[in-house]
Design a protein around this ligand. Structure first.
Ligand code: ZN
Length: 310
């Protein structure tokens, strides 16, 4: 009798302990969720916008990119893992202007997130030829003036979702725009010494129209946008003719696709091959262009070096 009584007492206490323990576990879990939820979670479609958004967010919000450094972002194929990574996002920022052809279907599967087009308000440059002719060229972030519109749109999106930190987002945006202006001014000054007839930007993708508009360069490219036809014999021939006709000194390729077509044009025309320009993706943190400002700096540096031969 005594032993069965003490057994019952023991069982009761174990049950109580278990109950208390599970309450504690649940309490600490919900605390962790609450703590995690305190910071706004911002998802973006690609690394360039992620870095710009992180500059606006500072410490006040977390930012993730759906696509990884180096990804081809026009025809990206999202994975189930990508969906998991943005499942808890409060805001999803995307470029729009026809850049992310995979995105609209993707976002319809992410519940609760507000999606914001960061290029809203940019005056689009139309694509000149090919299957996307007359549609907007999406690469507006390559113009220091247009990227300022992105920064303000991101600031507004973050402030709307997280009004308590609106002042922080405003201050961060002001500072970041000032930094962009410093970089843009130094590039403009250095480019201004290149004679007008040499100011050509010849590359694989027509991704530099906004950069070219801002820095007063003339643009030649193999294909208008990373789409279905990349480097067909007809495209290569047209570019070879354009490079020859205009005495273009140097030809570049774009970092997310093969450099072979640009090298071929350089070989066949006697122009120099100037290396890789970055536009659609940042590199990993230890790579050459871990931030948007570095991307702008390195890409324009490469162009300058190619044009001045130095
Ligand atoms: Zn592109």
């Amino acid at each position: 009798m005594v032993s069965s009584g003490s057994n019952a007492w023991l069982q009761f206490n174990i049950r109580t302990l278990l109950a208390v323990a599970s309450v504690l576990v649940i309490a600490s879990m919900s605390q962790a969720i609450a703590a995690k939820k305190e910071k706004l979670l911002v998802a973006t479609t690609f690394t360039v916008i992620a870095d710009i958004a992180q500059n606006v967010a500072g410490e006040a919000a977390d930012v993730v990119s759906i696509t990884r450094p180096g990804a081809e972002i026009h025809n990206y194929q999202p994975t189930p893992r990508d969906l998991l990574r943005v499942r808890n996002a409060d805001v999803v920022l995307w470029n729009g202007l026809g850049l992310e052809r995979w995105f609209e279907k993707f976002i319809s599967r992410v519940k609760n997130a507000t999606d914001v087009v960061v290029s809203e308000g940019v005056v689009p440059i139309p694509i000149r030829e090919g299957p996307y002719s007359a549609k907007p060229n999406p690469h507006a972030w390559m113009s220091p003036a247009d990227v300022t519109i992105y920064v303000r749109n991101i600031e507004r999106a973050l402030a709307d979702a997280d009004p308590e930190n609106a002042d922080i987002y405003k201050t961060n945006s002001d500072n970041y725009i000032a930094e962009i202006e410093v970089v843009a001014k130094s590039i403009s000054e250095r480019l201004s010494v290149v004679p007008a007839e040499q100011r050509w930007l010849a590359s694989t993708e027509g991704a530099f129209s906004y950069l070219a508009r801002y820095f007063e360069l003339k643009e030649i490219y193999l294909w208008p946008i990373n789409a279905d036809a990349l480097g067909t014999p007809k495209q290569v021939k047209a570019m070879i003719d354009a490079v020859r006709d205009n005495n273009v000194p140097v030809v570049f390729s774009e970092s997310t696709l093969s450099d072979k077509p640009a090298r071929q044009v350089a070989r066949d025309t006697g122009a120099a091959y100037g290396g890789v320009l970055y536009v659609d993706s940042l590199s990993e943190a230890d790579g050459p262009v871990p931030t948007y400002l570095e991307l702008l700096r390195v890409t324009t540096e490469t162009i300058l070096k190619g044009l001045t031969g130095g």
